[in-house]
Design a protein around this ligand. Structure first.
Ligand SMILES: Cc1cc2nc3c(=O)[nH]c(=O)nc-3n(C[C@H](O)[C@H](O)[C@H](O)COP(=O)(O)OP(=O)(O)OC[C@H]3O[C@@H](n4cnc5c(N)ncnc54)[C@H](O)[C@@H]3O)c2cc1C
Length: 358
């Protein structure tokens, strides 16, 4: 019988739970370490994300009851980009795609759907990765984690370390200590409208910062002068606005080292303009699972090389396209639209509907 490999996944967000599915299907034993103390509350509040057809098909293939994905998502029938003239307070529609086949979902619903379809013994909540070491022949990896509740340190050994620890990945930093994230030039205003009274809908995320009363006051004043009145009012009525710093980075040259592999935002921090981040995480997981399933733990490096070959080409183009979309949408590249086949509709994203899966 084929030997089962053991994968340690660091990060229990979308990329982490997606890899837990795909690697289990590929025949690996999986353990997920997540520093947040418990699975996120399933609240109807919170920001939303857009799932493209390919990512939806993949998620459905992981679920015992695929129709549940349709139940928790809504069609986003129009890809609409608007430009607002802040002086005249006039809004103009830039694109509209009647066949835009994305579905919108709450992050927490997608997370819960994926998480609940996995054995909960697979997850160690409240475990923060501190460090890791590889054996000399890179056949095993030993992970040191802090149990946040007790402040104890535990050691866990596996054959593969999957870094699903997000945009600010500490695992990536050990290989690329000098990598600089690129601040996109703006922060998102985000907040949670209190529909349910439950304000604990999001885990702590280090790109998300609390803001002072003074900053909120200034934001409201600026909103009055910059935005259309409806949006300024919405901002005023939003409880607990917070700051979300937006980063991306130039495409990496590699996304695996020995038996350590990057997935999701750890592998390709990207701006949100192309609605890509979650979709990329799902595709990373699917391709990684397929490559490792084909090669088995005995030929792990071949599997990781194939994963890198397939995904790096796609995500590199998409990160740069999302960056360019952002510049156009921020009014920093007014002549950008139409140049070199560049368009604002989501379907113009390179390799949008035909990202290879291996
Ligand atoms: C709570 C939450 C809500 C979100 N909501 C939205 C949304 O509404 N819309 C949207 O478009 N995107 C949202 N995102 C971002 C979106 O999930 C990601 O951009 C994308 O799916 C890529 O996910 P990821 O798993 O690679 O990274 P992330 O979602 O950033 O997850 C990284 C995970 O790694 C964990 N982690 C980091 N360091 C360690 C460590 N040392 N030890 C253990 N665990 C560690 C973090 O706690 C986190 O759970 C959200 C992310 C989070 C965490």
């Amino acid at each position: 019988m084929r030997k089962k490999g053991k994968a340690i996944i660091v990060g229990g967000s979308i990329a982490g739970v997606s890899c837990a599915h795909s690697l289990t299907l590929a025949g690996w034993d999986v353990l997920v370490l997540e520093k947040s103390s418990e699975p996120p509350a399933r609240s109807p509040t919170g920001a939303g994300l857009g799932l493209d057809p390919q990512a939806r098909q993949i998620i459905k293939s992981w679920l015992p009851h695929p129709h549940l994905l349709d139940d928790i998502t809504l069609p986003l029938s129009i890809d609409q980009n608007q430009a607002t003239d802040s002086e005249k307070k006039v809004t103009r529609i830039l694109t509209r795609d009647e066949n835009f086949d994305f579905r919108a979902a709450y992050w927490s619903d997608i997370h819960a759907l994926l998480y609940n379809a996995l054995p909960q013994t697979m997850f160690l909540w409240g475990h923060k990765l501190l460090s890791f070491t590889n054996s000399q022949d890179e056949s095993t990896v030993k992970v040191k984690a802090l149990v946040i509740d007790t402040q104890e340190t535990v050691e866990i050994q596996g054959d593969l370390l999957v870094a699903a620890d997000g945009c600010l990945s500490s695992i990536r930093k050990t290989f690329l200590p000098n990598l600089k994230l690129r601040y996109s030039g703006y922060c998102a205003w985000r907040g949670v409208l209190d529909f349910s009274g439950d304000e604990n809908s999001e885990m702590n995320n280090s790109v998300t910062l609390k803001v002072s009363e003074e900053m909120i006051k200034r934001m409201h004043e600026e909103a009055e002068t910059i935005w259309i009145p409806e949006l300024a009012r919405l901002m005023k009525e939003t409880n607990d606005p917070f700051l979300n710093v937006i980063y991306d980075c130039d495409p990496l040259e590699r996304i695996f080292w020995g038996n350590v592999v990057l997935v999701g935002d750890a592998a390709h921090p990207t701006t949100p303009h192309g609605l890509r981040s979650t979709n990329m995480s799902v595709l990373d997981a699917e391709v990684l699972g397929k490559c490792l399933g084909k090669c088995g733990p005995e030929r792990l490096s071949l599997g990781l090389e194939e994963y890198q070959r397939i995904r790096l080409a796609v995500v590199s183009e998409q990160v740069l396209y999302a960056r360019r979309l952002g510049r156009v949408k921020q009014g920093l590249d007014r002549d950008g639209i139409g140049r070199g086949g560049f368009g604002l509709e989501q379907k113009e994203m390179p390799l949008f509907s035909r990202a290879p899966l291996g």
